[in-house]
Design a protein around this ligand. Structure first.
Ligand SMILES: [Zn+2]
Length: 138
């Protein structure tokens, strides 16, 4: 298990996409930012339930990250994100893909399935797309 002590400070506040997760201090490339936590449910139940904050960690287990104590749920999707979700066994860590400056919004790629279901219908509003770049998924 990675060391989860001394995780960087993060803040939740308003972003272009509603609430977002922001770096409260500079974060080094590769550093764990926050764990994606929630209630563990069966992937079968998760498929039935549906929802925005489901993170499938295996064919059997899905994390339902809906509770507000899952601060990681505030990290928004982006086509050119500065962080990524990494599995450590059955736990999910949001880790910095590059150095992140204090005050920068923390974003990661939720994957194509999520994109197709929840983002594509309304058009992607991540910073890269708003700047006129083509979206990551078509
Ligand atoms: Zn985008």
């Amino acid at each position: 298990m990675p060391n989860l002590k001394n995780l960087p400070k993060v803040e939740v506040h308003r972003s272009s996409a509603g609430l977002g997760l922001f770096a409260g201090e500079p974060i080094k490339r590769g550093a764990i930012i926050i764990e994606y936590v929630g209630n563990r449910i069966s992937t079968k139940d998760a498929d039935k339930k549906g929802g925005l904050y489901l993170f499938e960690v295996s064919s059997r287990t899905t994390i339902d990250g809906t509770p507000r104590w899952n601060t990681a749920r505030y990290a928004n999707y982006a086509c050119k994100p500065n962080a990524e979700a990494v599995l450590h066994g059955s736990r999910v860590m949001i880790e910095a893909k590059r150095a992140i400056a204090a005050g920068e919004e923390i974003t990661y790629d939720y994957g194509k399935e999520y994109y197709d279901d929840f983002i594509k219908p309304h058009g992607c509003k991540c910073a890269s797309c708003l700047a006129g770049n083509p979206p990551r998924y078509r």
